[in-house]
Design a binder for this molecule. Structure first.
Ligand code: UT7
Length: 332
């Protein structure tokens, strides 16, 4: 029930970090025309975390990365590769993965950032497993981390209630067939590049350009309702593809961890796949949408709650800007 790799990539350690500051729906009521009731019923979110004034992406990555290495019992010098999935880099040059390398002591690791928005963590798992399968790498650290609140337009009620900050990380090592990452499917459709975007702050409209400032371009923009529909359809389809490729039934899945964007999306996808409530994990209530950090953060929470154990069959599915979407089946 696995793709045809002689060596699979096994998750041998998990770690996460959330900033201390909690931003509640009640506090948002004082900032924009919204209500706790609207946010809870439309999204499931009750609160999210926000970085402190003196924190930025690096602080989140280092904490989650260290936690995963400790959990795995892996020495930093043994890591061959660091893949950092993020859409909210520390600064444009150099890659945030390079900045954190000395902080994490990854002296022998090649380090790069991977940009695939909310699917970034699952995309990174797919990249990482190729290097383990070919023997190019033995030990890989994958981190999904976001400082989304730095790019949220706090005057736009349709987006500012949704996003939060955080980081999650996994350590991968070679496993034997039947364990580790068994299947991944990934997709991109750039025809919908504009439904979730940050149109300014890049080479077209640099952050200091008049257009960027006048038109408030370097902020997250989303056509929520359109995104909702494509998300439900895409997440359901790609999850089914992975289930079918593995030749398993939905009843074989111990836990489904979808990207935590919206409780209604999660429930709709769970229902369409025929999963029971007990099979579906959510923590969107407490963290909001943390994009690339979403799935590894939820994995850590699921393990802490005793719902993700050694040997568990885990299905994860992500969807986000690009559009990108991806699903993976993992034997823990
Ligand atoms: O991570 C990447 C993937 N992201 C997603 O998957 C997110 C997908 N989209 C969503 O989660 C939902 O579409 C939202 C939560 C963003 C919005 O929920 P919705 O049920 O699709 O609402 P809507 O956008 O259709 O808006 C309904 C109404 C509008 O008012 P009118 O036009 O009906 O008068 C909005 O102006 O709700 C209004 N509204 C709000 N009201 C109170 C929008 N945001 C708010 C708000 N508080 N924060």
């Amino acid at each position: 029930m696995h793709d045809h790799f002689a060596k699979t990539a096994k998750i041998v350690g998990l770690g996460s970090y959330l900033p201390e500051r909690i931003l509640t729906n009640r506090e948002l009521e004082a900032m924009v025309e919204t209500s706790d009731e609207w946010i809870r019923t439309r999204t499931g979110i009750r609160e999210r975390r926000v970085v402190a004034e003196d924190e930025a992406l690096v602080d989140l990555v280092v904490r989650a990365g260290r936690a995963a290495l400790t959990d795995a019992g892996v020495e930093p010098e043994d890591v061959d590769l660091l893949i950092l999935a993020t859409a909210t880099v520390e600064q444009p040059i150099p890659a945030t993965a390079a900045i954190v390398q000395p902080m994490l002591g990854l002296v022998n690791a090649a380090c790069f950032d991977l940009s695939a928005a909310c699917s970034g963590f699952t995309y990174s798992l797919n990249v990482a497993r190729q290097f383990i399968a070919t023997g190019e790498a033995e030990t890989i650290l994958v981190v999904g981390a976001e400082c989304l609140t730095r790019y949220v337009d706090w005057t736009d009620r349709s987006t500012c209630v949704l996003f939060g900050d955080g980081a999650g990380a996994v350590v991968l090592k070679p496993g034997t067939p039947g364990e580790g990452i068994l299947h991944v499917r990934w997709r991109t459709d750039g025809n919908y590049a504009d439904i979730i975007s940050m149109p300014g702050g890049g080479s077209r409209f640099p952050p200091h350009s008049i257009e960027s400032i006048d038109k408030r371009l370097p902020y997250i923009k989303m056509r929520g309702n359109e995104t909702f529909k494509v998300a439900v359809r895409s997440l359901t389809e790609i999850s089914r593809e992975v289930i079918d490729a593995a030749g398993i039934g939905v009843e074989d899945i111990d836990l489904f961890i979808p990207h935590q964007a919206n409780m209604r999306i999660i429930q709709a996808v769970g229902n369409r796949l025929g999963l029971s409530e007990e099979q579906v994990f959510t923590n969107v209530e407490r963290v909001g949408n943390t994009s690339a950090a979403s799935i590894p953060l939820a994995m850590v929470d699921a393990r802490n709650e005793g719902r993700l154990k050694p040997g568990s069959l885990l299905l994860t599915s992500a969807f986000g800007g690009g559009l990108t979407w991806a699903s993976s089946l993992i034997r823990m």
